[in-house]
Design a protein around this ligand. Sequence first.
Ligand code: PBG
Length: 330
Amino acid sequence: MDPAHPTIRPRRLRRTALLRSLVRENTLEKNDLIFPMFVCPGKKVRNEIPSMPGNFQFSVDTLLGELENVCNLGISAIILFGLPEKKDPQGSQAYSPKGPVPQAFRAIKKEKLPLICIADVCLCEYTSHGHCGLVQGDEILNDPTLPLLAKTSVTLADAGADMIAPSDMMDGRVAAIRAALNKTGHDNIAILSYAAKYASAFYGPFREAADSAPQFGDRRSYQMDPANGREALKEVALDIEEGADLVMVKPALPYLDILYQVRQRFDIPVAAYHVSGEFSAIMAAGLRGWLDVQRAMMESLVAIKRAGADFILTYYAKQAAQSIDQGWFR
Ligand code: PBG
């Protein structure tokens, strides 16, 4: 062996685009993508979210128009977040069948759009204090919140949601929601649990989009400590025991190690949420010409797949579908 002339040359398989695509271990497909969207009251509303360029708050009518584009791009799943008409300490609009999200699901099902409709279930968009559960003093109550989450889930399933995705991080909510769904004839509606959801700074832009920032304190008494890894496996195991059909890790890029471990350890579908701050950070740098948005986006998304995600919730769903159409992985 001549050290100046290597025999083993990994570069042989990187020589051309065709060779690279032959040996590529992971790709991104359109059916890996779930597009998160925001629905608000009113008509003809289409408010761009300043910190999330290209993402909007839609009223139900304009949402339907946008969903036509989403379907035409070949995206097969959406998750909806709602902005209610009014907020109160109980978040009572969360379980109102007249809320923007149930209305949107009914309209989508009426139009027979070919979309998996996922309902985020949480109280924070609906409570005046902005917390994900009921509040007493400065404490976020666990058990009294569970019936409200269960009721909200039933409202959303009644409206046509195909999947219920609780994001509140109260203990025991998957069991409470499963029981309520079963009792109301929704045995076939799956639960996608935000099982390992961290108390993350990367939710910043979302809280502007969904008007859901906590009015006092923070979410660290219910969302996970970013320093913890093993605890995420415990959260996932508990949610599976309680009846979760799919589990999620959130955010995605800062937690690829968690995603990888969850994928290795458990045999149910695993989702990752590429959250608002991950989206906005790339967009902001791109707007300054500091990086190439399309490349940074596709690299991030395929990294999330490589770590073990079966599918990804991402505000880049439309752009990623377009990149796939352009033959990104060819
Ligand atoms: C509601 C919820 C949040 C996100 C999804 N569901 C915000 C939060 O927990 O404060 C964040 C999504 C994102 O940043 O894109 N509990």
